[in-house]
Design a protein around this ligand. Structure first.
Ligand code: MN
Length: 401
């Protein structure tokens, strides 16, 4: 027996315990842990059980909790399992459980800086073939460093937030001059996001072996992308307004510890990366992603196919001495496997709109107003079943003109 009745085979069992921020009608946003279809209000339970750091759970983001460091996250996880497994704790726990369907979920992390990488060789090759048909699919630097760009932290939004179609400049094929208007090639990018918790000072570097000391956990992430704006603006400094209007993340942050059984070897890297990007047993994860558009699953990207490890991404983004802050978020880049039905963007799925994909009764090349995109991901759990990351969903609203 335990303190909470869990549905059998729940993807949110005691081997998962993702963190989020929730509110109810009469109480302000605060930290909760998902258990089955319930949210545990952590602050009062921790306070009643004499946990010294209990006030961090009354905060409207995970940042204060994350800043306590890896030893503390581990101790709280062990305490939680203890609290939730012993029937004697039922009286302590029961008054502080809310059905997840009855709470409002908020952005779990106050995002400090946001970086987006480009770590899938299949995605980078597919995009290279579409945008630079006359050149090599991969740029000469691609296998030597994890390519990335700094995105816009202030427009990272929680799952469920509507996305307003962006406006901007594009230059249509064959035209000499650009035009202005709502994007006509609005797309998604299915990605994994990594939440940085432990900060560093200016001039410090995080080696590949220190990944788990600095990264608390993962979210599912949709890097909404306006391909027409992007294609016109990206040379020579990279993505800008085609990406910065919105990035959606799941409401639940899955701790790295919950993904231990999903760890797999990193695909072989040839040529061998420079020493600062090299290490034994670099973290790589086997997660099955799913892209759903208006109720139709259009793709199943496999995270295990990613070329660069998130430990290499973190080592690279800090190797110049750029400091880390609690709440930094870095994303993997679009997850695309080797096959057409495994790609993480419509750009690839429809070959830049040339071959629309079947969605319900109709087809889609790019997103239309009113379309809803939902990303899901699951992985083997340490308990032997499956865990599911929090889903990330969003609906396209017409441009505000
Ligand atoms: Mn991206």
């Amino acid at each position: 027996m335990s303190a909470v009745d869990l549905p059998p085979d729940t993807p949110y069992g005691l081997d998962h315990l993702p963190y989020g921020v929730f509110s109810t009608e009469d109480e302000s946003p605060r930290v909760g842990v998902r258990v089955g279809d319930l949210v545990l209000d952590l602050a009062p339970v921790a306070a009643a059980d004499g946990i010294q750091s209990a006030p961090v759970f009354a905060e409207p983001s995970l940042n204060a909790f994350l800043s306590y460091g890896r030893g503390h996250w581990t101790a709280v996880r062990e305490w939680l399992v203890d609290v939730l497994t012993q029937e004697a704790n039922a009286d302590l726990v029961a008054p502080h459980l809310r059905p997840v369907s009855e709470v409002r979920l908020h952005l779990p992390v106050e995002v400090a800086d946001y970086v987006d990488f480009y770590a899938s060789e299949h995605h980078a090759s597919n995009v290279g073939r579409i945008f630079r048909p006359d050149g090599d699919p991969l740029t000469p630097n691609w296998k030597h460093l994890p390519i990335g760009y700094h995105g816009r932290a202030g427009t990272v939004v929680v799952s469920g937030t509507d996305v307003v179609r962006p406006q901007g400049q594009r230059r249509d094929r064959g035209e000499a001059s650009p035009t202005f208007g709502p994007s006509t090639r609005l797309d998604i990018e299915a990605e994994l996001g990594f939440v940085v918790a432990t900060p560093t000072g200016l001039g410090q570097q995080v080696g590949v072996g220190a990944f788990a000391d600095h990264v608390f956990g993962v979210v599912l992430l949709n890097d909404w992308s306006a391909r027409d704006l992007q294609a016109w603006e990206y040379v020579p400094l990279g993505p800008f307004l085609g990406k910065s209007f919105a990035t959606s993340i799941s409401a639940w942050v899955t701790p790295l510890q919950a993904l231990e059984a999903a760890r797999v070897p990193l695909p072989e890297q040839d040529p061998a990366p420079l020493p600062y990007l090299s290490g034994d047993d670099l973290p790589a994860y086997d997660l099955d992603l799913e892209v759903e558009l208006n109720g139709t699953v259009v793709s199943r990207p496999p995270y295990a196919s990613m070329y660069w490890s998130p430990a290499q991404m973190l080592a690279h983004l800090s190797v110049n001495g750029a400091s880390l802050r609690t709440g930094d978020l870095f994303a993997s880049g679009t997850v695309s496997g080797p096959n057409r039905e495994q790609v993480g963007s419509l750009l690839e799925l429809t070959l830049n709109g040339a071959e629309p994909v079947a969605v319900g009764e109709g087809t889609r090349a790019f997103l239309q107003d009113g379309d809803t995109v939902t990303l899901r991901a699951s992985a083997t759990s340490v308990g032997g079943g499956r865990i599911a990351l929090g889903e990330v969903t969003g609906t396209i609203q017409p441009a505000t003109t």
